[in-house]
Design a protein around this ligand. Structure first.
Ligand code: DGY
Length: 326
């Protein structure tokens, strides 16, 4: 595709600097009031632009992408995860897909590390005691949590974010362990002194904290199934800043309710944006509204990536962040 000013539809409100640059470069339709597109609006958008810029709140499934009359040739996703897009259907329909990797690695790893500390050290519970004016003074047995130093962190998915979490965890005196589709090169493993576990089951049974950093794909749906969750130690914690669908949330709730697991910190949910009310009732759980990568710097950098991908594509080059069916 070589176009002077491609028509671009953006489904959600983006940072001002990104929208301004897009208006300079493209014939762009923005979403000033940030109302999410429904299915019909998504279908209409695909049929009336050259480039669609969706986010993880837009489900672009096979039916939508195989509809007749689609004009879009590129889906330049504002986000890293592309599990809301049927990439195979897009390819079949002749639509390229790109995403925004790398630029949210550090922010997401910061949030994961914050949660890895927050749950065992009971930060949110403690803050609530102050807010609710229930602090009656120090006592030797009040609000006891668990020490981080010397604990084993099991990372599921040792891509960029998993590795960045391993680096941070070392600073807290934790040892890094990981399960990944492929083992890292020895020199990279050595950088964070990480131990590779080929068997996820075996790793789960020995960890103090589990942090999830793999993408959500058909192969990782309920990777932490009830059977696997039951392998965890009773005093273990789970942190998820990746995707809710990777954990069997009902099974996790049952275990948290019965004390079969010490606690969990979830930034993502299986039926997002719905949050299971049973989670809200639990004290040993910290819940966040999918804000792992939510920094101004990160969002602007994501927007810049979207723009670079669109520019490359419309200039007839291979976009740097092309996503291919796996
Ligand atoms: C992504 O880009 O996939 C993230 O989940 C957004 O925070």
């Amino acid at each position: 595709m070589t176009l002077n000013k491609p028509s671009v539809i953006v489904t959600r409100k983006l940072p001002e600097a990104v929208e301004t640059r897009m208006m300079e470069l493209f014939d762009v339709r923005l979403n000033a009031d940030d109302t999410p597109f429904d299915r019909e609006a998504l279908g209409n958008a695909l049929a009336s632009c050259d480039v669609l810029v969706p986010t993880l709140t837009d489900t672009l499934d096979g039916d939508l992408l195989s509809a007749s009359g689609i004009s879009a040739r590129l889906i330049s996703n504002f986000g890293n995860g592309t599990d809301h897009i049927d990439v195979v259907a897009a390819q079949t329909a002749g639509i390229a897909v790109t995403n925004t990797p790398d630029v949210l690695t550090e922010d997401t790893a910061d949030m994961a590390m914050a949660l890895i500390v927050a749950v065992p050290r009971r930060l949110v519970e403690g803050a609530r005691i102050i807010k609710e004016d229930r602090f009656t003074g120090w006592s030797p047995t009040h609000m006891l949590g668990r020490r981080m130093s010397g604990k084993r962190l099991g990372i599921i998915g040792m891509g960029r974010i998993g590795f960045a979490v391993a680096k941070r965890a070392r600073g807290f005196g934790m040892t890094a362990h990981y399960h990944n589709r492929h083992r890292l090169l020895p020199e990279i493993e050595q950088e964070v002194e990480a131990t590779y576990w080929e068997s996820l089951d075996q790793m789960l049974a020995r960890m103090d904290v589990i942090s999830i950093h793999c993408p959500h794909t058909p192969a990782t749906f309920h990777l932490l199934s009830e059977r696997r969750l039951k392998l965890l130690k009773e005093d273990a914690y789970i942190v998820n800043v990746a995707r809710g669908e990777i954990v069997d949330e009902d099974a996790l709730i049952r275990m948290l309710e019965t004390g079969a697991l010490a606690g969990a910190a979830l930034d993502v949910f299986e039926h997002e944006p719905a949050v299971n009310p049973k989670l809200l009732a639990l004290d040993n759980v910290t819940l966040l509204p999918h804000m792992g990568s939510a920094t101004i710097e990160g969002r602007v950098a994501m927007g810049e990536k979207v723009i670079i991908n669109i520019k490359a594509f419309v200039d007839g080059h291979r976009p740097p962040d092309r996503v291919l069916p796996s």
